[in-house]
Design a protein around this ligand. Structure first.
Ligand code: HEM
Length: 130
């Protein structure tokens, strides 16, 4: 297995873990579960998202493609920042259940957009005509 394949496997595994944790924590959030913000939940999501970014940057280096050079990687990096910020707002900032649910849903929409950008290598994966 090449370094590229290993890094891509690690990146995509971190992507799946990040989404799985986000889904589970969202269910806890909307149910008002005491499991949120306790124990492993304090560090695991941040660790997984940091690994996701680190493997993504390592893949970029390995394939000679860079954010701010390749538009699709700029879109992914911006998308990741937006996903983290909207997620933080949903989990820490929003004061109503409706706000939390909205933030959780919007963050998942952003995540889906990033996956589409990754698969198509196109910042406009819906083929929108602007
Ligand atoms: C939530 C954030 C992210 C998600 C969901 C995501 C998702 C993915 C997926 C599904 C692939 C595999 C695509 C395929 O099989 O063809 C991939 C590949 C890749 N990702 Fe990410 N990614 C994210 C963030 C990033 C970031 C921040 C970077 C770099 C700044 C990055 C760089 C790359 C690179 C370089 C590849 C390999 C492209 C190639 O083979 O040419 N990703 N990503």
């Amino acid at each position: 297995m090449s370094a590229y394949e290993l890094l891509k496997g690690a990146h995509v595994t971190a992507v799946a873990a990040s989404y799985g944790l986000f889904l589970l924590r969202g269910v806890w959030l909307l149910r008002g579960s005491p499991r949120l913000h306790r124990g492993l939940d304090r560090i695991l999501p941040h660790t997984v998202d940091t690994l996701l970014l680190a493997f993504g940057l390592a893949l970029a280096w390995r394939t000679g493609q860079w954010p701010f050079v390749q538009p699709w990687l700029t879109a992914k990096l911006a998308g990741l920042v937006a996903y983290v910020l909207v997620g933080l707002w949903a989990f820490r900032g929003a004061r109503t259940r409706r706000g939390r649910a909205l933030g959780w849903a919007v963050a998942q929409g952003i995540f889906a957009y990033i996956v589409l950008v990754a698969l198509t290598r196109d910042p406009l994966p819906f083929n929108w005509k602007l």
